[in-house]
Ligand binder design. Structure first.
Ligand code: PLP
Length: 357
């Protein structure tokens, strides 16, 4: 009974492998950095790393924080490059340096801490310097960039740092703004070169700009969503790419033209999804109400306890994709996935039978 009650996120490993290859082909000759934050957008770091290493394979991973990056390192082995851009505590920096994790540095105080820890550890920290090109999250303002770069280059000459990258993050609010950001970015790279460093990894685009705006690509593109088959909110379908995950729940009780299914708010299903269409064996039906651990769905002819209801997925059974659900809530598809809790069982399908994640 417990297994029946538990919702399942079914993840197609072959579709993930396929999406990653399609993204790599689209971006070439730029390299893909596969972004893995929030447990690989809710799909599971280990699962995604395994699929990413299928040939030709991903060489560069974006772990966001040090813990995720270390998990990637242990799964992917020493051959992969792993990039962590969340500001880390000294102890995390220490562990990151020992495991060869590359660090994104976008504040002067963080740069100083990385230098101190690297010197104490007798390590050379591989860093990507972050310029703020308008998003105002973190990143060095244009006015402060030359001094910041000079400090980093001095540390590089001292052997404590190696400046392997320059990066920024686009607002993606409008093409015109992104163009301005891209030209600020190019100037920032020039300043780094003039100061005597020669970083090979230049990156500022995420999924949408990497895919649709080739002129903005650096030598590296940081892509998460599209690899998982999540299209942008209000964005078009991506040719050759499909969602890798299907969220399924079972009917626990069927009465009075209502099916009660075993997924609710405590599984991470947003309670605002009431009214959304879900796929049942009788076709699309309205999700009437989301409760704590169950939800109500408009019934269908012949419905039975144990029937599968699909909340989102690639659409093979009439279910919507995660982004379509998200659009009803003015959010993004990845938000629907990353909110799913541990109560949702992850099942990985790899063609030769299934494996419980
Ligand atoms: C999440 C994130 C990305 C990936 O964005 P997608 O739209 O999922 O491809 C890239 N860069 C940074 C800094 C991010 O935080």
């Amino acid at each position: 009974m417990d297994e029946l009650r538990r919702p399942v996120l079914r993840i197609s490993r072959s579709q993930l492998v396929h999406n990653i290859a399609a993204v790599q082909k689209q971006l070439a000759p730029s390299a893909l950095m596969l972004v893995m934050k929030d447990d690989a957008y809710g799909h599971g770091v280990d699962t995604v790393v395994d699929a990413a290493l299928v040939q030709p394979g991903v060489a560069l991973f974006g772990g966001y924080d040090v813990d995720t990056s270390l998990q990637i390192r242990s799964r992917a082995g020493s051959g992969a490059r792993v990039f962590a851009w969340a500001i880390a505590r000294d102890e995390e920096i220490r562990r990151a340096l020992r495991e060869g994790i590359e660090l994104g540095v976008g504040t002067s105080s963080y740069l100083e801490r990385v230098i101190v820890v690297a010197a104490a550890e007798k390590q050379t920290a591989r860093v990507h310097l972050k310029i703020d090109t308008g998003l105002r999250r973190n990143g060095i303002r244009t006015e402060e960039w030359p001094d910041f770069v000079a400090r980093a280059v001095r540390a590089q000459f001292a052997g404590v740092l190696s400046i392997v990258g320059v990066w920024s993050h686009l607002a993606e609010a409008s093409d015109a703004e992104d163009d301005v950001s891209a030209s600020e970015f190019a100037q920032a790279v020039e300043i780094v070169r003039a100061a005597g460093a020669d970083p090979a990894s230049l990156h500022l685009t995420a999924s949408a700009a990497s895919w649709w705006r080739p002129e903005l690509r650096g030598t590296v593109c940081r892509v998460g969503a599209f690899c998982y088959g999540i299209r942008s909110a209000e964005g078009p379908e991506i040719p050759g790419i499909r969602p890798i995950a299907t969220l399924e729940s079972r009917v626990l009780a069927a009465e009075n033209d209502v099916a009660h299914i075993g997924i609710g708010a405590l599984h991470g299903l947003p309670s605002t999804l009431g009214g959304a269409p879900v796929a049942t064996l009788g076709g699309q039906r309205e999700l009437l109400r989301i409760d704590a651990v169950t939800s109500a769905v408009r019934g269908w002819e012949g419905m039975r306890v144990g029937d599968t209801v699909r909340i989102f997925g690639p659409g093979d059974h009439g279910e919507m994709d995660a982004t379509s659900l998200a659009e009803r809530n003015d959010t993004v598809g990845e938000e629907i996935l990353t909110r799913l809790t541990e109560r949702v069982r992850r099942v990985i399908e790899d063609g030769d039978g299934e494996r419980v994640g």
